[in-house]
Design a protein around this ligand. Structure first.
Ligand code: 2HA
Ligand code: ZN
Length: 273
């Protein structure tokens, strides 16, 4: 079967990277069944031939009007599809969509009529914000990282700044690579517009957003970058968990050591929030 990727090596490379990352998500245990979802803005690869492609499924509503998305193209994981299947067959477990001129609906154009992720409102709200702010980020990743979700079951870690403070203090790299920390969104219905709105507010000031008792959302230059952001924070949570399993509350780096890393590496001197 013909694929939109045929004779488009640059677009194929983007989709190959998505497939590589979904393999990691499965291996890490973050992607049970159809858990998690991905969008990548591929508009820069939309040549005249792609722009002329007709819709292959009826137009569907996003649930939000997103004014910066007019005419933009995205690869989106399919709803109900497994990350581990996507790793082998990205175009059978995801699709290319085009945002319609009303900025409130979309159509699928390739390769197959695979309906996009149930979390499309959240993903596209973030993509709209990235375009609005002139960001070069293209990818959004929602996944279910075990240790971070476990921490979100504790009232202590839902307090503003507390989870960021603890994670930053586990290992200097967390601070260096996630200098804005992790933002918390109180529990909301998966796939809802309320969840999308709350996520957007938190991503403005954080590297990664944690949905209480559900999962994370990250944005990045590409999907590998979004994965790394999540992985760095999950590593810190894992160290915290290992210390607790050994029977003690970890001391954590001192506030002075944290400030020193912020200064030496020229990081934004943000207080945990
Ligand atoms: O795609 O993870 O939040 C399944 C989900 C919904
Ligand atoms: Zn989810």
């Amino acid at each position: 079967m013909n694929s939109i990727l045929d004779s488009r090596p640059a677009l194929r490379a983007v989709i190959d990277q998505v497939a590589e990352v979904t393999g990691y998500l499965w291996q890490k245990g973050w992607a049970e069944r159809n858990g998690g979802n991905i969008t990548v803005n591929i508009t820069e690869h939309a040549d005249e031939e792609i722009k002329a492609l007709p819709a292959i499924a009826p137009v569907r509503q996003i649930g939000k009007t997103l004014p910066h998305l007019r005419g933009q193209y995205f690869y989106a994981k399919g709803t109900g599809k497994r990350m581990r299947d996507l790793a082998r067959q990205p175009m059978q477990n995801g699709a290319i969509i085009r945002i319609c001129p009303d900025c409130a609906s979309y159509e699928i154009i390739a390769d197959e009529p695979v309906m996009p992720t149930s979390e499309l409102p959240s993903h596209l709200a973030l993509q709209d914000y990235l375009l609005e702010t002139g960001s070069t980020y293209k990818a959004t990743l929602h996944t279910h990282p075990i240790e971070l979700v476990a921490m979100s079951h504790s009232e202590r870690f839902l307090r503003p700044g507390e989870m960021t403070r603890v994670l930053w203090s586990m290992i200097p790299e967390t601070l260096a690579f996630a200098p804005l920390g992790i933002g918390i969104v109180p529990y909301k219905l998966p796939g809802s517009v309320e969840l999308a709105d709350a996520t957007l507010e938190q991503i403005k000031e954080h590297d990664v957003v944690l949905w209480e008792k559900h999962g994370t959302v990250a944005v990045g230059q590409d999907i590998m970058d979004a994965f790394d952001q999540t992985d760095v924070l999950c590593k810190a949570a894992n160290i915290y968990m290992c210390a607790r399993s050994m029977g003690f509350e970890p001391d954590g780096m001192t506030p002075e050591a944290v400030r020193e890393v912020q200064q030496v590496f020229n990081l934004p001197t943000k207080r945990p929030s």
